[in-house]
Write a new protein. Structure first.
Length: 417
């Protein structure tokens, strides 16, 4: 690859699972990077053609040809240029595959001319571990020559006594990506697919006066299956606490947890005062997921006693966001969608406007309670609140998460010194 590196933008991709492969697809489409170095960490198949075969086919999204060209009949031009070094070209773009080591510190990004790495393994998520940790560490990428590392997953610190290192930051494009400081942030988390969709879903509510007074909120993601789930029932690993995750993904609806609420607080600190609750329901589909957001607002009444906050008002807020500050990131739909309509849909979130519902009620606060709080009054008080249920679709693989991971990657690359 050395001959290709001069004055070129080279992206390193560590791991070639779902997100790793689709990250390559996305950047081949966008065209910002000139070369790619992919570290699989192990031998793949019997020959280089086997990796290429894996890269250009996908059971969920079809072929790379279809992704790039639709059904025009055009095909990618694939050429192996150096079999011994694992180098080939797709449409003239050089791609090198390294297989020597899974440990990030052995990746030797410096030799490959890689300054920026996207770690898509889902394994190296603890930024407190040293570069020479026995099981590997995300910091190993820095020791191997990379200047910045983007983790395609939320940070997860194993030792709860440890604090988040100061050189780390969690960013979602379109929410807080402008907070990236190249002088400070060297290890970056791109959060999760659910956090990406949820943050774009909540942003318009917090930024509008009519909906900013959120009392409490909760969300459930009806989430497609992932490769962490077994096809058939499996024996739980040592120390496993969620036994449902070992049950067959084909045959079950599985209740489980999500770290979306914690990650959302990292990128939107104002969420901490709300206390968002989050959970997940895994279902047997390959991609496209649904966020069901429940929000309770401190609301106001009109002079005639009618609630000021309604489903139509909430939908209008989303419509304005989709046409304005979140254009191309949030989409408002008044159609009746199903999950397959969202496969490959390039947006962080698609609001299902026909399903937005609100109900306004009154919370009685008794005079004694008010007096106990230091408010002298002889009367009970009824406080109006509005509860809203809002639905948002997102393609948890390519269309939402990988798309926005790619936007963040390009932003960071452009702002590296």
């Amino acid at each position: 690859m050395e001959g290709y590196l001069k004055n070129k933008r080279v992206l390193g991709i560590n791991g070639l699972g779902r997100i790793g492969k689709l990250t390559l697809w996305n950047h081949l489409h966008v065209g910002h990077f000139d070369c790619f170095v992919i570290n699989t960490g192990r031998k793949v198949g019997k020959k280089l053609e086997d990796i290429i075969d894996y890269l250009i086919k996908d059971s969920t999204y079809g072929s790379l040809n279809t992704f790039l060209y639709g059904f025009t009949g055009r095909s990618c031009n694939i050429e192996i240029t150096d079999r011994e070094e694992g180098v080939f070209k797709i449409n003239g773009v050089p791609i090198k595959v390294t297989t020597d080591s899974r440990n990030p510190r052995d990746a030797n990004w410096a030799r490959e001319g890689v300054r920026l790495v996207v770690d898509c393994t889902g394994v190296f998520t603890d930024p407190t571990l040293p570069a020479d940790h026995a099981r590997g560490s995300v910091r190993g990428h820095i020791e191997a020559g990379a200047e910045k590392v983007i983790v395609s997953a939320p940070f997860k610190i194993g030792d709860k006594a440890q604090k988040m290192p100061p050189d780390c930051g969690t960013f979602v494009y379109g929410i807080n990506h402008a907070d990236f400081n190249p002088a400070v942030h060297h290890i970056i988390s791109a959060a999760s697919c659910t956090t990406t969709g949820l943050s774009h879903m909540i942003k318009p509510l917090l930024e509008n006066e009519e909906t900013a007074e959120i009392i409490t909120a909760s969300m459930s993601t009806v989430h497609a299956a992932t490769n962490t789930q077994p096809i058939l029932d499996a024996v739980p690993k040592t120390g496993a606490s969620d036994l449902r995750k070992t049950r067959s993904v084909f045959n079950n609806i599985i209740l489980t947890t999500t770290g979306a609420a914690f990650a959302l607080e990292e990128i939107m600190p104002e969420i901490k005062r709300i206390g968002l609750m989050a959970d997940a329901v895994r279902i047997p589909t390959s991609t496209a997921s649904l966020i069901i957001l429940n929000v309770t607002f401190n609301t106001h009444l009109s002079e005639t006693g009618e609630p000021m906050l309604s489903a139509s008002l909430i939908n209008s807020i989303y419509q304005k966001a989709a046409a304005g500050p979140q254009k191309g990131m949030l989409v408002f739909s008044d159609k009746q969608n199903v999950s397959s309509d969202m496969i490959g849909y390039r947006a962080a979130i698609v609001i299902e406007g026909s399903q937005t519902h609100t109900r306004t009620g009154f919370i009685p606060v008794y005079a004694k309670t008010l007096r106990d709080c230091g408010i002298e009054t002889p009367d009970n008080v009824n406080i109006p609140v509005t509860h809203a249920k809002i639905f948002g679709w997102y393609d948890n693989e390519l269309g939402s998460y990988v798309n926005f991971l790619g936007k963040l990657t390009i932003y960071i690359d452009k702002n590296m010194p």
